[in-house]
Design a protein around this ligand. Structure first.
Ligand SMILES: C[S@@+](CC[C@H](N)C(=O)[O-])C[C@H]1O[C@@H](n2cnc3c(N)ncnc32)[C@H](O)[C@@H]1O
Length: 238
């Protein structure tokens, strides 16, 4: 992967940035995404934000090495603190856990004025990102799920505006993903079912306690949701 050739995961994130002409990539690491987006003419300007010194230096080197320092500002800082309000039309946050992405958005709420689009790629617990979006005036306008190197990645594209309240299941599975149910979606939730079954087996041999019983109830509920959504008899637990 480099700034000419992104991973399928980051290319999918990039594909959702339009029509924004400016964006900030928070947690940019190597800054491949902003370099790619400027080179491809997707945007004219970008900010690469990074909180850790090593990746921050690597982002600066990368941007300089492809001659894009006039178009991409590499800034060191946590979350949206690197931005001025109204500076960019779109924000991307990719390759972090869902709860961390949600907390970056929550803590940086004052920097979101002027931002029209959020493209978010949580590595785990995507429902926490959808929940934040749905409770804070953002509409999920599209989603993608893809497999790369054996991993499954979800990408959520959202725009500012008042939308309908999503159901618990839509927040958990993704309103678009659960409707289209592509191969990657089915693989993700088949894997999840296998894990759930392993946990249930462990819990069945664990000592009874109120905590274990509550956890078991919660997991059984999620298991039923997955079966309902996939509507697949092959997922029956014997
Ligand atoms: C796994 S990397 C993902 C890099 C790139 N976005 C991608 O998707 O390939 C996560 C990056 O986010 C950075 N990061 C974590 N928390 C951050 C925060 N609060 N603000 C800015 N960057 C953060 C880490 O230092 C790391 O470089």
């Amino acid at each position: 992967m480099n700034s000419n050739q992104l991973s399928k995961r980051l290319e999918t994130v990039a594909s959702f940035i339009r029509p924004a002409k400016t964006f900030a990539d928070i947690g940019s690491d190597h800054a491949y995404l902003p370099c790619y987006a400027v080179k491809k003419g997707i945007v004219t300007r970008a900010v690469a934000g990074e909180v850790v010194e090593g990746p921050f230096q690597s982002a600066k080197r990368q941007v300089a090495s492809v001659g894009l320092s006039a178009h991409i500002d590499v800034r060191k800082g946590s979350g949206l603190a690197v931005l001025k309000a109204g500076e960019v039309e779109c924000i991307t946050i990719a390759g972090m856990g869902g709860p961390l992405i949600a907390s970056i958005l929550k803590e940086g709420a004052d920097k979101l004025s002027g931002v029209k689009k959020l493209v978010l790629q949580p590595n785990i617990a995507a429902h926490s990102v959808r929940t934040w979006l749905n409770s804070n005036g953002w509409i999920i306008e599209d989603e993608a799920i893809l497999e790369e190197d054996g991993q499954l990645y979800e990408v959520i594209s959202s725009v500012l505006g008042a939308g309908k309240k999503l159901t618990e299941k839509e927040l958990y599975f993704g309103p678009y993903l659960m409707n289209s149910q592509n191969e990657a979606f089915r693989l993700k939730w088949q894997r999840e079912l296998t894990q759930i079954d392993q946990v249930l087996t462990q819990l069945s041999s664990a000592k009874d306690s109120e905590g274990a019983a509550r956890k078991k109830q919660e997991i059984i509920k999620k298991r039923q949701w997955i079966k309902d959504v996939m509507n697949d008899e092959n997922t029956e637990r014997s």
